[in-house]
Design a protein around this ligand. Sequence first.
Ligand SMILES: NC(=O)c1ccc[n+]([C@@H]2O[C@H](COP(=O)([O-])OP(=O)(O)OC[C@H]3O[C@@H](n4cnc5c(N)ncnc54)[C@H](OP(=O)(O)O)[C@@H]3O)[C@@H](O)[C@H]2O)c1
Length: 147
Amino acid sequence: MIAIVARSENGVIGLDGGLPWRCKGDLQFFKRTTMDRKIVVGRTTFEGLPPLKGREIFVLTRNPNARFEGAVAISDSADVPADAIICGGASVYDLMIPRCDQLLLTTIKKEVEGDTFFNPRWLDGFELEEVIEETEDYSIVSYRRSV
Ligand SMILES: NC(=O)c1ccc[n+]([C@@H]2O[C@H](COP(=O)([O-])OP(=O)(O)OC[C@H]3O[C@@H](n4cnc5c(N)ncnc54)[C@H](OP(=O)(O)O)[C@@H]3O)[C@@H](O)[C@H]2O)c1
């Protein structure tokens, strides 16, 4: 299982249910990585997303009556498909990253205000595999589980 995360230099991953930056290069990376794949998001993240074409979306919620347009609701993390890409937010990363063997991490090279943060413990057990992209504004690296 793969997780894909973007953070700012000061560890922000979200603000008011969305992303507090615009980064075209990262959006393109997210799109090409997730296209034609299954993705998993928490209910809060799903509500802040624009429609994502070409991806099969699974939304984690504890509400057994929840229904989402264009997505499948799941209440049990055991129902997350093994070939899915974990796309956040923080509570879903907490839950699912320990089961992932690869973590794709974008760092947006600026400090921003936020209310949701990258937890350094998400990298526990991972080691740097490769730098995928490095620009003046952002970097994208792959971590692989080592233990
Ligand atoms: N920078 C990035 O890479 C990135 C990626 C994704 C999201 N984000 C940002 O992260 C923020 C949202 O993160 P968040 O942690 O507040 O919310 P979240 O993880 O997106 O969603 C939280 C919701 O997921 C459901 N959930 C969580 N754990 C569950 C479990 N064990 N079983 C079943 N359902 C579960 C619950 O839904 P119910 O309340 O319906 O029960 C919970 O309220 C937003 O700002 C978003 O933009 C950033």
